[in-house]
Design a protein around this ligand. Structure first.
Ligand code: AQP
Length: 348
């Protein structure tokens, strides 16, 4: 069978980018493959150890983990068919990351763009490199090493398929390289995982600045659509979304990034192709009318998820129980892999 692994950080409430880039696929992958009939084992993790690579408030983090768990369940993750768990409850994630740290060249991590982007968010220049001491004193080891931990997350369960948004492609390549390096250095333990990226809306952009991706940690709440936003708020955020002065609806990410972002969101919400979405809106000349159509589509799509979420949030005991069971199941599999790893490396 396929072994599916993916994670989400409890850094805030999940947004439409998380949903379209990853979560919608998480639910879908619980079903057997429509073409081959292959079934899968699914591991979905709330990756709290990744969240602390950026400063977090402990109380907020604790609450966010429960909220994210409830949201995943509301989005269709089914604990009967998937192992849903908190990363830090399974200690082997960090153990395997350490072993990978001992073989992964620093240069591989130096090429990753995410830590640079996050440093940039702290007012540091993208062009400056590792050798610049003034830059790297502000860079925490954990943030730099994040992709190695991510490789450990996936490979601990011998993951073969990883449903993620496009922003994670570089990290997934690294996970493949680390798997290959481990197998070559010691013995063949790990498969090379493949990314599963959705065809449409693989990268949902910020509503305020469509040159950057929609993200939980963006300080502006108007930059994203949270899955929990009320219809009024969704309408207000879409109404304020950055577009352009050009009349009519078209898809042209280079010249019309804001408009194109809304078109791909609309297409994804309606489960149609981008071309079809543009055709459907051919008669619309005013951006205001188009935005109303987009927010209506979002509201309709999110409604069932939101009512399920309300139900789950009233039942914290159930959510905790799901996480406890998940941690137990994940740990058993992780322990088996670690035995193989320890033997291969010579630690046993
Ligand atoms: N804008 C996006 N479009 C498509 N997919 C996205 N993902 C995230 N943003 C988008 C996918 O969601 C999964 C969980 O990733 P995450 O927890 O790192 O999400 P985030 O919103 O990006 O969270 P943060 O805290 O703001 O983190 P940084 O700053 O690290 O991005 C992943 O599969 C991701 O691809």
């Amino acid at each position: 069978p396929r072994i599916v692994f993916s994670g989400i950080q409890p850094t805030g409430t999940p947004h439409l980018g998380n949903y379209l880039g990853a979560l919608a696929n998480w639910a879908r992958l619980q079903d057997p493959d429509v073409v081959t009939g292959t079934s899968s084992i699914n591991y979905y993790s709330i990756v709290d150890l990744h969240a602390i690579t950026m400063p977090q408030n402990p109380a907020t983090l604790r609450q966010a983990k429960l909220d994210v768990a409830a949201t995943l369940l509301a989005c269709g993750v089914d604990p009967k068919r998937s192992v849903l768990f908190e990363q830090s409850r399974v200690r082997s994630h960090t153990e395997l990351a350490w072993i990978f740290n001992c073989i992964t060249p620093v240069g591989w991590l130096g090429r990753m763009t995410q830590w640079k982007a996050k440093m940039e968010g702290k007012g540091m220049g993208h062009a400056q490199v590792l050798a610049d001491e003034s830059l790297t004193t502000g860079l925490k080891m954990g943030l730099f090493d994040y992709p190695v931990l991510q490789a450990a997350d996936i490979l601990l369960y011998k993951g073969t398929h990883v449903p993620v948004g496009e922003d994670q492609m570089q990290h997934l390549e690294l996970a493949r390289d680390i798997a290959g390096l481990f197998n070559k250095t010691f013995t063949n333990v790990f498969p090379k995982p493949t990314a599963i990226v959705p065809p449409a809306a693989k990268r949902v952009m910020s509503l305020r600045d469509p040159s950057g991706k929609m993200s939980k940690s963006d300080p502006s709440d108007f930059s994203r659509l949270n899955l929990v936003d009320t219809p009024q708020l969704i309408q207000a955020k879409i109404a304020k979304a950055t577009t352009d002065g050009i009349r009519g609806v078209s898809f042209d990410p280079v010249h019309r990034p804001g408009m194109s972002n809304l078109v791909s969101i609309y297409a994804a919400m309606r489960d149609i192709e981008i071309d079809e979405a543009v055709k459907e809106c051919a008669d619309i000349t005013s951006t205001k009318d188009f935005k109303n159509r987009v927010s209506d589509a979002i509201i309709v799509k999110l409604q069932p998820i939101q009512s399920e979420l309300v139900r789950l949030q009233a039942d914290e005991g159930y959510v905790r129980k799901v996480l406890d069971d998940g941690a137990e199941k994940a740990e058993q599999v992780a322990n088996k892999t670690m035995e193989e790893v320890y033997k291969a490396v010579g630690l046993r």
